[in-house]
Every structure is written in C-alpha cells, then in structure tokens.
Design a protein around this ligand. Sequence first.
Ligand SMILES: [Zn+2]
Length: 90
Amino acid sequence: MTIELDEDQAAEYNADPDAYAARFVVLAKFEYLLWVDLNGAPLCGARTTGGELCRNAGAGGTQFSVSEWKARRRKAFCATHAQMMRSHER
Ligand SMILES: [Zn+2]
C-alpha cells in the first residue's frame, strides 16, 4: 500500500508515527498499540479478580482486521479465563 502525504501530514507523521497510523486505521492510539501488541487477536471478555478487564488475547484467532477486531473484542475468553469458566460449571 502506498500512502502519499502532503507536507502537513508528513510533519504530523514525523512528530508521532504511531498516532498518525492510529488515525489512519481509525482507532485511538492506545487501541492501535493494543491491536499491534495482540497481533490482531480480540481481547478477552472476562475481568480479573481485581475487577479490571482482562488484557489477554481471547480465543478465536489472531490477525483480524481492525474492524473485525473491534467487532469481536470482549466476546471470547483467554485460555486462563476459559478454564476458570469451565471449572465454575462443575
Ligand atoms: Zn482473560
């Protein structure tokens, strides 16, 4: 993919490439970093014992496009939480 930048865009890109890329794929910067960090795997839908949203990748695959990733987020569980759910059912 070739992206042509005008002078203002180039300056913006040079100032903060991550923020620029995040805008390009229409995500907040932290979401973009998460998406890269998780290799496109949707986030786990469970909460930790401390009550925070789990930061692990959920099951179901990796390398989803940004829109698929957003649609699938918090809908599957990571290996740890999937196991906890199963043991609760027993
Ligand atoms: Zn989890």
